[in-house]
Design a protein around this ligand. Structure first.
Ligand SMILES: [Mn+2]
Length: 329
């Protein structure tokens, strides 16, 4: 069931998890917002239940400097633990398939900020906020008189991540600035110092980034705004991280308002798509390939194909689709 009622959700959640074993999960391929949400939810809920934090997929050490990251267990699939868990609480994703490749367990609560009209989850709190951390803050931390510094830090990491360091804030979502203000004051945080704990690029990654920039192409297709893309067929983490760093260039080049990166993995190619709000709706493009996300930032996967072939497939799709369906007004 889908709800927008925070109080109702909280009441039902607490009823179900009190004294129980709970798995708190982030989506596959976690990001700053999902990690910030899991860790901050964990520190609040551990006084009510027995929580564990779990994520399906390979470990990513990006957040290793933060307290609480040691508790995050990267596992083959979170659904394999359904015998041990009474309840799952999934964060920052709007359907079970964002969290697991296997069947959904019995009782799954969800807290999320991605658009949802229906849900396959048992109780799903959806609020149209710029980040999931903001919902966690309002549910679990707003009323506290003191929030420990380490929790302020990881929540702010989530906010900075999903708002693109506040670049995506707009009318209707500026409340997030007040939450950030409270966290910065409470946690005595200097933002640049905080960012240097997790967002520096390794030298090897920089070497890979040079190649990825060299590989990038700016494309003009009839009816579509000019876009840029690049890809890597390397499974090495340096190359994968470098490809992610290229996301910055998708919306920063004059006359190029959107684009994508493609990263090969074991059984296909994953895409991240980004656009300025005036160009295209990348969520709709991703949905054509069973992906999803936000209108300005979305992800998808093309199974089985190598990155180069998968990129050709996406470009073929763009050539054959009618652009009007995807253009923003
Ligand atoms: Mn998010």
């Amino acid at each position: 069931m889908l709800t927008k009622d925070k109080d109702y959700f909280k009441e039902k959640l607490y009823e179900s998890i009190k004294g129980k074993n709970v798995i708190i999960a982030s989506h596959i391929s976690p990001d700053d917002d999902s990690i910030g949400s899991c860790i901050s939810a964990y520190f609040h809920l551990k006084d009510i239940c027995n929580p564990r934090i779990m994520i399906t997929g390979k470990k990513n050490d990006r957040w290793k400097e933060f307290e609480g990251f040691d508790y995050v267990e990267f596992v083959e699939d979170i659904a394999n633990f359904k015998e041990d868990a009474d309840v799952y609480l999934v964060l920052d994703g709007n359907s079970w398939s964002r969290f697991s490749y296997l069947a959904k367990p019995k009782k799954v609560f969800c807290i999320d900020h991605h658009f949802a009209q229906e849900t396959d989850l048992d109780l799903h709190l959806y609020l149209d906020y710029p980040c999931c951390v903001q919902i966690i803050y309002e549910l679990f931390y707003e009323e506290k008189s003191v929030i420990p510094k380490h929790i302020c830090e990881i929540m702010l990491v989530g906010i900075l991540g999903d708002t693109g360091n506040f670049s995506y804030v707009k009318k209707g979502s500026s409340e997030v600035l007040l939450v950030a203000q409270k966290l910065i004051e409470q946690g005595d945080i200097q933002v640049q110092e905080l960012q240097s704990k997790y967002s520096k690029m390794g030298k090897n990654v920089f070497e890979e980034l040079k190649k990825i920039i060299d590989n990038a192409k700016i494309v003009q297709l009839e009816g579509w705004p000019t876009f840029i893309y690049t890809y890597t067929e390397s499974l090495e983490s340096d190359a994968q991280e470098a490809a992610s760093a290229f996301l910055f260039y998708l919306r920063t080049i004059e006359g190029v308002d959107w684009g994508f990166i493609a990263k090969q993995d074991e059984d296909g190619t994953k895409f991240s798509l980004r656009t300025l709000p005036s160009a295209v709706n990348v969520r709709l493009i991703a949905e054509n390939f069973n992906g999803g996300g936000h209108d300005n930032a979305a992800g998808m996967k093309i199974p089985r194909l190598k990155a180069g072939e998968a990129v050709d497939k996406l470009i073929d799709f763009l050539k054959s689709a009618s652009p009007e369906k995807f253009l923003r007004k």
